[in-house]
Design a protein around this ligand. Structure first.
Ligand code: NAD
Ligand code: MG
Length: 386
């Protein structure tokens, strides 16, 4: 019988966080929640802490500390607040695994600290690898730490690579739904509102990644993520449009064979794969029949409509802090767009402007990434006149 795995869940109130707790709930003999971290939804965090008997909780926004503390007064759960406390629980000896489901740059330091303290990482926070994939993977190898992806495409690739020899891999083929605006002409994009871009046809996700999916910034990020996670040259990472989101990604081998992983568009599968690996969940979250999906189609990406994908490859070619700049500018622009403070096309405009004007560090440390992130955000604000 396996020993209980103690989990710290960063971002427990978000889309991935809540689905992670669904998996934990199904396997009470396998997992125990040590710490839960969220940004501002303190009521939901308090309920989760009660249900799972968390030893500690952290609320990122310190303004909600008093309410959270009061809500958990009659429990033994320790209540903490602020980013230092998030870093503290990320490296705490009390857990074996850190599930990082934070959104954005905020996920980087907790991942780095969890690696430093030798924990297994289940990584949904793709921005960690987008910003600092080179450094993070080097540190993980040095520490002998496993990083298991919670991103459907990377989970699919990991499943296709299982049992295969590296030399036999020719290409990784990442599938892309095309996002909420895939049926819209390029000329119409200027008038897109947040409400339109938030209507993803297949996946129900947090707001930021849904916007990133519509611009294909998300797919660009996934190319960068795959480059580091699987140590694959960028020119061997391909993207194809696959509107049905049933094939989650593929691996092409030297003999011409292509392996693919298929299933419903449900993040419970990649989450349970990461948490239970090398085992699998004993039953699916929801029934799925391939007979209900008689048509699977694939086509090329329209790079004129989606310039962000090419920009991500450009960042990989430049290396250093380039992808960090892309990420920082994108975070500011997406938040501005969601707040009706800029237009849809300004998102990629801000990324382009930041990349063209930011300083460049070829071999960055974590401190260099922090500085680059701040600079990128300032440049984006300047471009957007915020
Ligand atoms: P979300 O917005 O739904 O949730 C984010 C969570 O992080 C929330 O619990 C929020 O409280 C917390 N958080 C955010 N900023 C924080 C901060 N500064 N301090 C403390 N807590 C903070 O996001 P999501 O859709 O669950 O995505 C999480 C990550 O997973 C992202 O990196 C995303 O790209 C990735 N991802 C998500 C999906 C999906 O289906 N949602 C799929 C693949 C990858
Ligand atoms: Mg994905």
């Amino acid at each position: 019988m396996k020993s209980i795995e103690r989990i710290t869940l960063l971002g427990s109130t978000g889309s991935i966080g809540v689905q992670t707790l669904d998996i934990v709930r199904r396997y009470p003999d396998r997992f125990r929640i040590t710490s839960l971290v969220a940004h501002s939804r303190w009521q939901q965090l308090a309920e989760q802490a009660r249900e799972f008997g968390a030893e500690s909780v952290v609320i990122g926004d310190t303004r909600y500390y008093d309410e959270l503390k009061e809500a958990l007064r009659d429990t033994s759960t320790e209540v903490l607040a602020g980013s230092d406390a998030i870093n503290h629980v990320a490296k705490s000896y009390r857990s074996d695994t850190v599930v990082n489901a934070l959104v954005g740059y905020a996920g980087l330091h907790p991942t780095a600290l969890a690696i430093e303290s030798g924990k297994r990482i289940a990584l949904a926070n793709k921005e960690t690898l987008v910003v600092a994939g080179d450094l993070i993977m080097k540190e993980a190898r040095r520490k002998g730490v496993d990083i298991l992806p919670i991103d459907s495409e990377h989970s699919a690739i990991m499943q296709c690579l299982d049992g295969e020899r590296r030399e036999a891999v020719r290409n990784l083929i990442i599938t892309c739904s095309g996002g909420a605006l895939r049926d819209m002409a390029r000329e119409e994009l200027a008038n897109v509102t947040p409400e339109m871009a938030l209507r993803h046809p297949q996946w129900s996700m947090g707001a930021k990644i849904t916007i990133d999916s519509s611009t294909l910034v998300n797919k660009g990020f996934e190319v960068i993520e795959a480059r580091w996670l699987f140590d694959m040259a960028p020119e061997r990472i391909k993207v194809v449009i696959h509107p049905q989101s049933i094939v989650h990604s593929m691996v092409e081998f030297t003999d011409g064979a292509i392996k693919a992983q298929l299933g419903s568009a449900d993040m419970h599968t990649p989450i349970s794969y990461a948490l239970l690996y090398p085992e699998r969940a004993t039953e699916p979250q929801e029934d799925f029949s391939i007979l209900n999906h008689p048509t699977l189609s694939f086509s090329e990406v329209d790079h004129a409509k989606y310039p962000a994908l090419g920009i991500a490859y450009e960042c990989l070619e430049r290396g250093g802090t380039a992808a960090c700049v892309m990420n920082g500018a994108n975070e500011v622009a997406v938040a501005a767009f969601l707040g009706h403070k800029c237009g849809y096309l300004d998102i990629v405009g801000a990324i382009r402007y930041a990349l063209d004007n930011a300083s460049f560090v070829a071999h960055p440390t974590l401190a260099d990434y922090d500085a680059s992130n701040i600079e990128a955000r300032e440049l984006a604000r300047r471009y957007l006149k915020l």
